[in-house]
Design a protein around this ligand. Structure first.
Ligand SMILES: [Zn+2]
Length: 562
């Protein structure tokens, strides 16, 4: 998932110290590198995950196919324990198969579009006039992330547009403003960038947060800082509430007989369609009218025509379906059993679900390929593992980290009450990867000082491959947060961003073409070495003190109550 570029963290790298190589088993690292570089399977894994089975929207048939493929493949590699691990109902499943948006008047032309997840299909081609009825005046409006302001705006919107949308295609987004590209669209971290990351969080910054969370800072740097300290449960509560507010708008659009909705995206520099959802997987919410995301240049053209009072008529055909109303979620779990400390567990994981506009190649088939490859390497080398090594491919990350959160609740504890389970005690560490296909350049420590010397030593044999950065900050926005929330050591890898934020993240060009196999190979080798070390070192990974239970939430303002 991840909403912000990691560059916003001006935080910490520490070059691996010159301390002795001590415990690192360089002979094993050598064998791991040989497997990763000379016998790699990552290209094959990418093909099956993205080209053949992508996209993999949570609860969709594509997700099921990919999860079954992962189980079969792990078993074929000799990991017999690979299995689907169902965790309960996700809600509606949704899939799309075609979209066509055509301008009929004033000029016949095709418009580039992607359907928004969980919105209805058109049931044939519909042709209708367009009306501009924006929810916000401009795409930067800070009130969009202020829940009270959003609720008030939806109420005003209803009064403003009652009786005016019937039979129309509603253009809901404001005009997209472009800043022409001024920076390279593909970037690797420079030495200076990595040096910048070594500073810890400013000690003067407060970690006070409200619960429930009612608004997010407008400034993206400030938003990052806030999300570093807001507990994961409170973050998901905020997004769930946001979805439920949007349901009020969707019900209004349905009541007013709007025939379709069009929006556009605020990411990127144009030409690419970034598309997530309009409506929700939750069965308690309404199914929206057919909704599509238009390429921003095409969307803006429609607005310029309407501004000059030129009527616009479009025809729209979307084939989308809801195969199940109560689809089950299922993670993929696989284990290599430990020999002398079998009950102690080291985990690595990546989310298997994706958005649906492209094939989910960089988000996050790339991470899944890396984790499966690291598992294959450990299995193939038949290394002696003291602790059990477990792989988790998570379902539903993009819609609220559903799979990893359910897994942590079932096995380790409840992050709200901090009631812990016996497996919490024998768990060592979880490693996560979820920032595209870029090469691993280091790791974020979640501000746990005790792991710094361990990671510094493990990076030394990977320095020449560019893996050097120890960032003493909290990462957020992906599955390690579920483990971190109950006080377990859990770390996300720092990766080069390449064109993840400028092009592929949740977009229609999230395809295998944007994946660099050599970067995945380096990440897989480093991850395998991290996991091997954690499974064989004397002690469990050092832990910080447990977080306290969450306080009772304050009552919600009246306007936000369901
Ligand atoms: Zn992701």
């Amino acid at each position: 998932m991840k909403h912000l570029p990691s560059i916003l963290l001006c935080s910490g790298l520490c070059l691996a110290s010159a301390a002795a190589v001590a415990d690192t088993d360089l002979a094993v690292v050598n064998r791991i590198k040989d497997q990763a570089f000379n016998h790699s399977q990552v290209v094959d894994y990418m093909y099956y995950l993205a080209d053949e089975n992508g996209p993999r929207l949570a609860a969709s048939p594509g997700y099921r196919r990919a999860a079954n493929w992962a189980v079969d493949t792990l078993r074929r590699e000799g990991i017999e324990s690979a299995r689907l691990d169902p965790f309960g109902t996700i809600g509606r499943s949704w899939a799309w198969s075609s979209v066509a948006v055509q301008m009929v008047e004033p000029q016949a032309t095709s418009l580039n579009a992607v359907p928004l997840a969980w919105s209805a299909g058109t049931d044939g081609t519909l042709t209708a006039p367009v009306v501009f009825a924006p929810l916000w005046d401009d795409d930067e409006d800070p009130q969009q992330s202020d829940l009270v302001a959003l609720a008030q705006r939806i109420e005003t919107y209803k009064q403003q547009y009652a009786g005016k949308l019937d039979g129309h295609i509603v253009l809901l987004a404001p005009r997209r403003t472009f800043n022409l590209p001024s920076e390279p669209e593909t970037q690797r971290w420079t030495t200076a960038d990595l040096d910048d990351m070594k500073s810890a969080r400013d000690p003067l910054l407060t970690d006070v947060y409200e619960w429930p969370l009612l608004k997010l800072p407008v400034d993206t740097d400030e938003r990052w800082l806030q999300y570093e300290v807001v507990p994961a449960e409170i973050q998901s509560d905020y997004s769930g509430r946001h979805d439920r507010l949007m349901d009020r708008l969707i019900r209004f659009l349905n009541d007013e007989h709007a025939v379709a909705v069009m929006t556009t995206n605020t990411e990127g520099n144009g030409g690419v369609i970034f598309a997530e959802s309009f409506g929700s997987h939750m069965a308690s919410t309404s199914i929206p009218p057919p909704a599509v995301q238009l390429m921003p240049e095409h969307y803006n053209r429609l607005l310029r025509l309407l501004e000059r009072d030129v009527p616009v008529t479009l025809s729209v055909n979307v084939e989308a379906s809801f195969p199940e109303e109560n689809a089950e979620g299922a993670n993929v779990i696989a284990e290599l059993p430990g020999k002398v400390k079998r009950r102690e567990v080291v985990m690595m994981g990546a989310h298997l679900d994706s958005w649906h506009a492209g094939t989910g190649a960089t988000d996050n088939a790339a991470g899944v390929a890396v984790v499966m490859e690291a598992m294959r390497i450990l299995r193939t080398l038949d290394l002696d593992l003291d602790r059990t090594v477990r792989l988790g491919l998570w379902d539903g990350e993009e819609i609220g980290h559903l799979g990893s959160r359910a897994y942590v609740r079932e096995h380790f504890g409840d992050p709200v009450s901090m009631t812990l389970k016996p497996e919490h005690e024998t768990f060592s560490v979880y490693f996560n990867i979820d920032t595209g296909s870029g090469r691993t350049r280091g790791i974020l420590t979640q501000a746990n000082d005790m792991v710094r010397p361990i990671f510094a030593e493990l990076m030394r044999p990977f320095e020449e491959l560019g893996v050097t950065a120890i960032v003493p900050r909290n990462d957020w926005g992906t599955d390690h947060q579920a483990f971190d929330a109950v006080g377990l050591p859990a770390f996300d890898l720092l990766q080069d961003q390449l064109d993840y934020w400028s092009h592929t993240h949740h977009s229609n060009v999230d395809t295998v073409d944007h994946v660099l196999p050599q970067d995945l190979m380096v990440s897989a080798a480093f991850l395998a070495a991290l996991v091997y070390d954690a499974a064989t070192r004397d002690e469990l990974m050092p832990r910080e003190p447990l977080p306290p239970p969450l306080p009772e939430p304050k009552p919600l303002p009246e306007i936000l109550r369901d």
